[in-house]
Design a protein around this ligand. Structure first.
Ligand code: COA
Length: 323
């Protein structure tokens, strides 16, 4: 049995901080409303000309540095984004070029806010199949570019950023006590398109479009889907909710995080929270939170980590790992 072991984690946030007070000068909202309904206090916004691949490259380099690897050690880059630099080529290829990686293969996956979990599962399956030994998995977004800055129901919720992890194959693992990714579970339900989508695209309209969301409807599905997929991911591993040391959730809304913790019967202190400072960075939110909790020493080797996310599509999924 081959396992994908985490060798490094990295993150990058754009310098510019946008506070709730600043948003309150742009749309009819308030710091109190945003904090009470979402838990968000501030978010980062990419500079003019700063692309998704620029953020991704910095996070990727940090993850490689932590792993002690050069880019040419990589066989594979999987980059999750819903805000690519261009319609094509893949933003992953821009990162490959930026790293100076002359071998292997790179491509994007698109599962919106679940993108990192989908990318992690994809890379894990390439590693388990023996088609890659070392993979870079990135979540990177510039959602500020697809927001309708006149829509107070959405523009206050999102931010920009990137996170990355390096996975390495480890042979000989076989029981739930071993390190690395133990199990992943993915889902989608295309019938929920209208609840969260972008009203543009190369084929549909020939424009980039802007994010549209029925927030309350999305909220209704989130806690149920997320707690179910966490249960599904634990099933058959010999591990239960009580064995989880850290949940690294997609950071959409503090109330969704709290609701999921309650439904799972998991102490709130086990949830890694960054939504207050990052907002919802879509595919970047899980690796950004992971990088923070590894960086400050909360996540320790041998601990059980559950990553989970839900996003447009709908898509949702989870990944269970022993660090
Ligand atoms: N400031 C002030 N008022 C706002 C507002 C804002 N930024 N955005 C919406 N409102 C208003 C609405 O217009 C509505 O007013 P009305 O009652 O007069 O019509 C009222 O607040 C309640 O809106 P509603 O959308 O029902 O609020 P809510 O409690 O559901 O909170 C969200 C809104 C978006 C924070 C919440 O639904 C949410 O987080 N949903 C999930 C979104 C999400 O996570 N998406 C990404 C998934 S990856």
């Amino acid at each position: 049995m081959r396992r994908s072991v985490f060798a490094g984690v990295g993150a990058y946030l754009p310098e510019r901080v946008m506070t709730n007070a600043e948003l309150a000068r742009m749309v009819d909202t308030s710091d109190e409303w945003i904090v009470e309904r979402s838990g968000i206090r501030e978010r980062r916004i990419a500079a003019a000309g700063e692309k998704t691949s620029d953020l991704a490259l910095k996070a990727a380099q940090a993850a490689l540095d932590q792993a002690g690897l050069e880019a040419d050690a990589l066989d594979l880059i999987v980059l999750a984004t819903a805000t690519p630099d261009e319609t094509f080529p893949a933003t992953a290829c821009a990162v490959q070029a930026g790293l100076g990686m002359s071998r292997g293969f790179a491509f994007d996956v698109q599962a919106v806010c679940s993108g990192f979990v989908f990318a992690l599962a994809t890379a894990d399956n390439f590693i388990k199949a023996g088609q890659a030994d070392t993979a870079l998995v990135i979540g990177a977004e510039t959602f500020s570019r697809i927001l309708d800055w006149k829509d107070r129901g959405t523009c206050v919720l999102f931010g920009d950023g990137a996170g990355a992890t390096v996975l390495r194959a480890q042979d000989g693992a076989g029981t739930a006590a071993d390190r690395g990714i133990l199990k992943t579970a993915l889902h989608s339900d295309g019938s929920k398109h209208d609840l969260l989508y972008v009203d543009g695209g190369p084929s549909a309209t020939g424009t980039v479009g802007q994010l549209r969301m029925q927030g309350r409807e999305v909220f209704k599905h989130a806690v149920g889907n997320l707690s179910a997929v966490v249960g599904e991911t634990l099933a058959g591993t010999g591990l239960g909710v009580q064995d989880i040391d850290w949940v690294v959730p997609h950071q959409a809304n503090l109330r969704i995080l709290d609701g999921t913790a309650r439904k799972l019967g998991l102490p709130r202190e086990k949830m890694v929270v960054t939504v207050d400072r990052h907002g919802n960075t879509s595919a970047a939110s899980v690796p950004l939170a992971l990088a923070e909790a590894v960086g400050d020493g909360r996540i320790q080797p041998g601990q059980v980590v559950m990553m989970e996310a839900m996003g447009g599509g709908f898509t949702w999924g989870a990944a269970l790992a022993r660090w």
